[in-house]
Design a protein around this ligand. Structure first.
Ligand SMILES: C[S@@+](CC[C@H](N)C(=O)[O-])C[C@H]1O[C@@H](n2cnc3c(N)ncnc32)[C@H](O)[C@@H]1O
Length: 216
């Protein structure tokens, strides 16, 4: 599919189909427009779960099963139970510490061979108003392995949608690409080495092949 026409819902749905994923979780759904969430309701997956703390979509609750009207921390603490997900899209509170928290909680509920997708990790310019999810990205990249299982290395890659500043970071197990020298956690250092830090990919197939390797 052409990068021009494939945006997040199509990109996620195609990965889900190609990898045989069944359980999708989205943290932070945004507002509904004409009865649709921008991403959540357009992603095709056997089971989809959504979490959002804002009241703006509460009246639409009946339309969607598996929606949780609460902060992500509360969801993971009291409602995630033993649910396991193949793909988690983190797009809630964009403060660095909360993105880290969402990442670690998601990692505890990730099936083997699954992936965590993080939104807004790739600001292209200093004044880009996307929060500081990119700091969380750099911290995770520097760390390489995560507390839930120190022995499993993680691989980081990202995808920039064509003709847009929209970047999603994609993290899965296997093939560590931890930097030999940790990246300084500043916006300047990020912008200086943006492409390397993001490990930016420009084709769907490249992203897929890493995830397929991890799924074996
Ligand atoms: C950028 S929007 C999500 C956009 C959506 N994922 C999309 O693809 O269009 C961020 C959403 O995160 C929600 N949010 C903010 N903090 C949150 C938290 N701690 N837990 C859950 N949701 C949160 C907000 O209410 C808002 O609806």
């Amino acid at each position: 599919m052409d990068r021009l026409v494939m945006q997040k819902p199509a990109f996620f749905s195609r990965l889900i189909a190609d990898l045989g994923y069944e359980d999708y979780l989205e943290i932070g759904l945004g507002e509904q427009q004409a009865g649709e969430f921008n991403t959540f309701s357009r992603v095709r997956c056997k089971r989809a779960y959504g979490v959002d703390s804002a009241l703006h979509f509460k009246p639409h609750a009946d339309a969607w099963p598996n929606l949780y009207y609460m902060k992500s921390d509360e969801f993971f603490k009291n409602h995630a139970e033993d649910k396991m997900f193949d793909m988690v899209f983190i797009d809630g509170n964009h403060k660095g510490d909360q993105v880290m928290q969402d990442f670690f909680n998601s990692n505890n509920h990730l099936k083997p061979g699954g992936c965590i997708i993080m939104h807004d990790v790739g600001p292209p310019v200093p004044n880009y108003a996307s929060g500081d999810a990119y700091i969380a990205w750099m911290r995770l990249r520097n760390q390489g392995t995560f507390s839930a299982n120190e022995n499993i290395p993680f691989h980081f890659q990202s995808y920039q949608f064509k003709d847009s500043d929209d970047v999603v970071g994609i993290v899965c197990g296997g093939k560590s690409n931890q930097p030999s020298t940790p990246y300084p956690l500043t916006k300047k250092s990020f912008l200086d080495k943006r492409e390397e830090i993001l490990n930016l990919k420009y084709s769907y197939e490249e992203v897929l092949s890493i995830l397929q390797e991890n799924k074996k």
